[in-house]
Design a protein around this ligand. Sequence first.
Ligand code: P6P
Length: 348
Amino acid sequence: DDYSPPSTDIITLTRHVLNDGFNLAKSSAASGDLTILLASLQTTCKFIESNVRKASLINLIGAAGNTNVQGEDQKKLDVLSNEIMINALRASGKAAVLVSEENDEAIFVGEKQSGSSFETNKGKYCVVFDPLDGSSNIDAGVNIGTIFGIYLVKDGSKGDLSDVLRPGKEMVAAGYCMYGSSANLVLTTGNGVNGYTLDNQIGEFILTHPNIRLPERGKIYSINEGNSAYYHEPVLKYLDSIKFPKEGSSKKPYSARYIGSMVADVHRTLLYGGIFGYPDDKKSKSGKLRMLYEAFPMSFLTEQAGGVATTGTQRILDIQPTEIHQRCPVFLGSKGDVEDLMSFYKQQ
Ligand code: P6P
């Protein structure tokens, strides 16, 4: 019969990061600081998940009345998630600099906070994050998520802006937590990509998707074609090539899947393959997605899962940011598909 006894060897995220050969940044491997930082991030995700889960029940839906640095209406869940994340990361004692999509300026941990009675310890990690990406979808019950990237402060640095204005390839860890039918946390510390599912009964993220690898090619493209009128030539030619395969070629047209929530679109791309894109166009000169806390973490995950992440002409992780909220064009996904896209830029 197909009964299999419940596993008694539960691999939680914390155990997996601690013991299972994760390639932690050397200095942190000894002290376990990254593990403690990731533990505080997990707590944040559990907190946010529980609020997202019951949002409409406790009337959290709807604008909180103020707007964020992006000029978008801040939903109450945004505000809550941002505060939870900042407080948890400060309290971890492992952070030096925080950059949030919801805050105009970077936060330097360890400085006396106005109104707070306690001095928080400063750590050696910088966390850049979008506490609740895709929040415009909250009211419709569409999957949303938390995205984060982690840098080790530069040697000798006490933690300043230059520690976060660095190419994504200098990140030591990155991940997201998607709040959907279950809460899925997907993480890399530079040694592959692993997925964990939150078991609400025991409050632990359990390893459910070990060593996620992108297929060489997929059959799905994910892009907001409502922007087609503004697209540059290479994008239009690429889309044409996958929607109307050349006569006689064995290729079939790709399927279109666009959720409009980056975490959900990237999660599906990592698991099923294909290509996700938010290109620059005649209306948005640098595209829409934020470099530090959307493009970099998702590109790091994509490369660690065997995929490619490009602006169309440049590897995203190589870009040197100059401003914490700057945007960049994004194409990421299966190697074969993204390289096809890049070939249309090369023909320019
Ligand atoms: P559009 C959500 O607001 C978001 O920041 C990302 O999560 C998502 O990929 C993108 O914007 C969707 O943008 O213009 O297609 O609605």
